[in-house]
Design a protein around this ligand. Structure first.
Ligand code: ADP
Ligand code: ZN
Length: 345
C-alpha cells in the first residue's frame, strides 16, 4: 500500500506503469469524471493497451449487474492475469473497481486515482472494496489493496461545494478523533479549502491519509481500533437511511451525526460544555442541524438498531471523551439518543 500525494500526477502514473512493465490497462471511471478528464488521462495511457468502462454516476452503479457487465467486457477483450485495473473517480468508482480487481481471475492488480475529497481522504485508503446488494449498502465485498494510489489535488477543482463539504466531514472527523490541533487548523483554514488553496489542501490530505493509514495498519480487518473511524457514523447512517440516501450526501449526514453524537457525549459527562460548543460552532456552518420530529426519531432509532456495526443488538457508538480522544460505547440510553435528535441543545 503506497500513496503519492501531489498535483499534476499523470506523468508519474505513466512512469509507474512503465516501470512495472504493465501492458494491459482497464480503466473504470464515471460520466462526470470522464467529461472533465478522460481525454487527458488517455493521452498518458497511449503506450498501453487500454479500454475504458464508463459508469453512470451515483450509488446505483454499485450493484452486481454492473460488476457482471464489467467481467463480460474484460473477458470479451481477453484481459488476463497481467491486467491492471485503474479506478479513476470518486468512492463509487473506487469501490466497484476494487471489487472487480479483487475477484476477476482471483485478483488482478489495481491502481487508485481518487478524484473526490471524500475518496482521497477516506474510501481510497484502507482496502475496503465492495458493492451494495438490494437495499443493503456495502453488503458484498472484501479487503483488497491497490498496488499504488495517486492522490492528485488538481481534480478537486471541479467539485461543487456540497461535494467538498462531504469530504470535509471525514477530514474534521480525523481531527476530532486523533488530532485536536489539526481540527483547529482545518477550522481556521476552511475558506482556503473551499477556495482550492493548493498548499492547504495538500497539507490537509496528507494529514488525513497518514491518520487513516496508521489506524488501518493497526487493524486491517476492522475488528478493533479501526472502529474509531466510525465517529458520527452511527447517527449519520440512521439519518442517511431515513431519507433513503437521497437528501444528504454521505459526509453531510456524518457532520450531522458528529453533532448529535457530541451532544450525547456531553450528556454522559464525557466532554465539557466548552468543547461541545466548539465542535458545534465549527460543524453547524457546514450543515444546518435539524430538529427531528418524534416520528422521524423513532424511524432513525429503528434504522440504527439494524446497523451491521452493532453487537448483540446493542447500538454501538464512538463518542468523544476529550480532545484527541474517542471511545466505544454500547450503553447509550434511548432517552439520550432521542434528546439529542430533537436538536434542542
Ligand atoms: P464519493 O463522494 O463517495 O467520492 P461518488 O463516486 O459518487 O462518491 O462521487 C460523487 C460525485 O462527484 C459523482 O457524481 C461523481 O461523478 C462526481 N465526481 C467525482 N470526481 C469528480 C471531479 N473531480 N470533479 C467533478 N465531479 C466529480
Ligand atoms: Zn464515512
Amino acid at each position: 500500500m503506497e500513496n503519492v500525494i501531489g498535483v499534476s500526477l499523470f506523468k508519474d502514473i505513466r512512469q509507474f506503469l512503465k516501470e512495472k512493465n504493465k501492458k494491459n490497462i482497464f480503466l473504470i471511471t464515471d460520466e462526470n469524471v470522464s467529461k472533465y478528464y478522460l481525454e487527458e488521462i488517455l493521452y498518458y495511457l497511449v503506450p498501453f493497451k487500454t479500454r475504458v468502462y464508463i459508469l453512470e454516476p451515483g450509488e446505483k452503479s454499485k450493484c452486481l449487474k454492473v460488476v457482471e457487465n464489467i467481467y463480460m467486457e474484460l473477458i470479451n477483450y481477453n484481459y488476463d492475469r497481467s491486467t491492471t485495473i485503474i479506478s479513476f473517480g470518486g468512492g463509487v468508482v473506487g469501490d466497484i473497481s476494487g471489487f472487480v480487481a479483487a475477484t476477476y481471475l482471483r485478483g488482478v492488480d489495481y491502481i487508485q486515482i481518487p478524484t473526490t475529497l471524500l475518496a482521497q481522504v477516506d474510501s481510497s485508503i484502507g482496502g475496503k472494496v465492495g458493492i451494495d446488494f438490494g437495499k443493503y449498502k456495502n453488503m458484498i465485498g472484501s479487503f483488497y489493496f491497490p498496488i499504488k494510489t495517486f492522490i492528485d489535488i488538481d481534480f478537486l477543482k471541479t467539485l461543487d461545494r456540497r461535494e467538498m463539504t462531504s469530504g470535509l466531514a471525514e477530514v474534521l472527523k480525523y481531527g476530532l478523533i486523533k488530532d485536536y490541533d489539526f481540527f483547529r487548523y482545518i477550522r481556521d483554514n476552511i475558506q482556503g479549502i473551499y477556495d482550492f488553496d493548493e498548499e492547504i489542501l495538500i497539507e490537509v490530505v496528507e494529514k488525513c491519509v497518514s491518520i487513516k493509514t496508521e489506524v488501518v495498519a493497526m487493524d486491517e480487518k476492522d475488528r478493533g481500533i479501526r472502529k474509531i473511524l466510525n465517529f458520527g457514523h452511527t447517527i449519520g447512517h440512521g439519518i442517511e437511511s431515513l431519507y433513503d440516501f437521497s437528501k444528504y450526501k454521505h459526509g453531510e449526514a456524518i457532520i450531522l451525526g458528529m453533532m448529535y453524537e457530541s451532544f450525547i457525549s456531553k450528556e454522559m459527562g464525557l466532554i465539557d460544555e466548552e468543547y461541545f460548543c466548539e465542535i458545534i460552532e465549527t460543524l453547524k456552518d457546514l450543515v444546518v442541524p435539524v430538529h427531528f420530529s418524534n416520528e422521524d426519531i423513532t424511524k432513525i432509532l429503528s434504522k440504527m438498531s439494524h446497523d451491521k456495526k452493532n453487537l448483540d443488538e446493542r447500538i454501538v457508538f464512538v463518542l468523544p471523551t476529550g480532545k484527541n480522544k474517542v471511545d466505544i460505547f454500547d450503553n447509550v440510553s434511548k432517552e439520550n439518543m432521542r434528546k439529542s435528535l430533537k436538536g434542542d441543545w
